[in-house]
Design a protein around this ligand. Structure first.
Ligand SMILES: [Zn+2]
Length: 481
């Protein structure tokens, strides 16, 4: 009863009521979302995902993933959804889906898959989430205020500094799936893969790799698969029955390891320097010729329109962005117009220089939807014919304590020299055939100049970390530049 009355309230708020049939189970389910609404929500959020995460600029790769995805989707319970598959330009290891048939796979997960059947497994798993309406159901369960966050920005639309704080909206896109939903998506993925001709064994194989990543990871930074897909040690076990079911009657499946490896050759690995790179708490952007140190221990996220840093476990944030179309004859005017336009009241401020760059640094107070009353220290810095905003935003009562940390970070903003800018390169995946006596350690040091850890190389090539490559084995390695 309680959930029903809550649902009714939500219905009134959102006017998207429907009782829909679950396409996978065939059962009627109380869901707030009709298929049309699912598609509409997917379309809207797709714009946001593409804008904030960016799409990997490799048409052949996009086409490849889309072809595999569509083939899988055609064998599924909802072949007529407007399916879209895209590789997002993120170094994180993840895949996610929006209601209505929008599926994303990160550039970062691709080198960790061994063959096409494993990639089909990842895509099939996400198709399973869409078809079983897992995310649609979760959106329905979310509170109205959360939904507001998904759809809108928390910021004043005209000026929108800190637009990406609305990326907590993106965080919500990556709603955590329940354990049961995960197991169901694994099984569905195995079914679709086998029906479309790929070896369903690709699913337990890729799950094994993802488990190894979780075990080896030091939990730094990247929002990865494990945060949105809870670890279940027995997922590999649990999916076996579905894999055997899926194998029934079929004699030959596609794996295509060689074809897959060829496509990985040259893939960008890690941060893409055209979008700026994060090294620990340092952010560097070669094209914009700038660098900044965020506070020690904060998680730095490099978004499409903004770089943000957050202190773990706290509502303390810093952002760096270009001021779009600055208005004003002086830096002070630009700063005050932007901040006041966004609803922040200046408390004090003045002209200064930061590492020889002209700047206006001010203190402001205001309110943010999720945090409440905030204190802000913001620098508007002139550099290379643009105005950059670096701002620290913290709950008002924290401000006096945190202010020195914010100031230190703001004061670290500097121009990169030409030589430094030219030295910021992307790393790439390359192929390598293992020789007698090769170890992950040796390959990592020699070919990769220590860019990736030996354990990462092992996992990337489908091995447990304590198992060395076989002689003659074709390997993915990471090389600089
Ligand atoms: Zn999942």
């Amino acid at each position: 009863m309680r959930s029903l009355s809550k649902a009714v309230t939500l219905t009134l708020n959102l006017a998207l009521a429907a009782c829909a049939t679950n396409p996978v189970t065939g059962q009627r389910e109380f869901s707030l979302m009709s298929e049309d609404k699912e598609i509409q929500l997917g379309q809207e959020q797709d714009v946001q995902v593409r804008k904030e995460m960016g799409v990997y600029a490799d048409r052949a790769m996009q086409q490849y993933v889309n072809d595999v995805g569509l083939k899988l989707a055609q064998t599924s319970e909802r072949p007529n959804l407007p399916w879209h598959f895209a590789v997002v330009d993120s170094p994180a290891i993840n895949a996610f889906a929006l209601p209505g048939g929008y599926i994303y796979i990160t550039r970062g997960i691709l080198p960790f898959l061994q063959d096409e059947s494993q990639m089909a497994g990842v895509l099939g798993h996400e198709i399973g989430h869409v078809n079983a309406r897992h995310s649609a159901r979760q959106y329905s369960r979310s509170t109205a205020s959360q939904l507001g966050l998904i759809v809108g920005s928390i910021f004043v639309p005209q000026t929108r500094p800190f637009a990406q704080l609305g990326e907590s909206g993106l965080g919500l896109l990556m709603l955590k799936n329940s354990r049961d939903d995960e197991l169901e998506a694994d099984s569905l993925g195995a079914k679709y893969a086998a029906r479309a001709g790929w070896d369903p064994d690709g699913i337990p194989q890729m799950l094994t790799t993802l488990e190894r990543i979780a075990e080896a990871s030091d939990n730094r930074g990247v929002p990865n698969w494990m945060q949105t897909h809870p670890v279940a040690e027995d997922r590999v076990q649990k999916v076996q029955a579905a894999v055997r079911d899926a194998e029934q009657g079929a004699t030959k499946f596609t794996v295509d390891r060689d074809g897959y490896l060829k496509r990985m050759d040259g893939l960008v690995y890690g941060d893409n320097p055209n979008e700026g790179i994060v090294r620990g708490e340092t952010f560097m952007h070669a094209n914009l010729r700038l660098a900044i140190e965020f506070p020690q221990g904060w998680d730095v996220t490099n978004g499409q329109s903004q770089v943000s840093a957050k202190e773990p476990g706290q509502n303390r944030l810093m952002v760096l962005e270009v001021v779009q179309r600055p208005v004003g004859r002086s830096l002070q005017e630009v700063a005050l117009r932007q901040m006041e336009g966004a609803g922040f009241r200046p408390v004090q401020g003045g002209r200064t220089t930061i590492n020889s760059l002209d700047a206006f640094v001010g203190e402001y107070v205001g309110a943010l939807q999720n945090i409440g009353r905030v204190g802000i220290r913001a620098a508007h810095i002139a550099h290379d014919r643009s105005v950059f905003l670096v701002a620290g935003i913290v709950p008002y009562q924290d401000y006096p304590n945190v202010e020195p940390v914010l100031t230190k970070s703001i004061d670290s903003f500097r121009a990169l020299t030409r030589a430094e800018a030219e030295d910021v390169h992307a790393n790439h995946v390359a192929l390598y055939t293992a020789h007698r006596g090769d170890t992950w350690q040796g390959i990592a040091e020699r070919a990769g100049k220590g860019i990736v850890k030996p354990s990462t190389l092992a996992i990337m090539n489908g091995h447990p970390v304590n198992e060395q490559p076989r002689v003659g084995e074709r390997l993915k390695i990471v090389i600089p530049g």
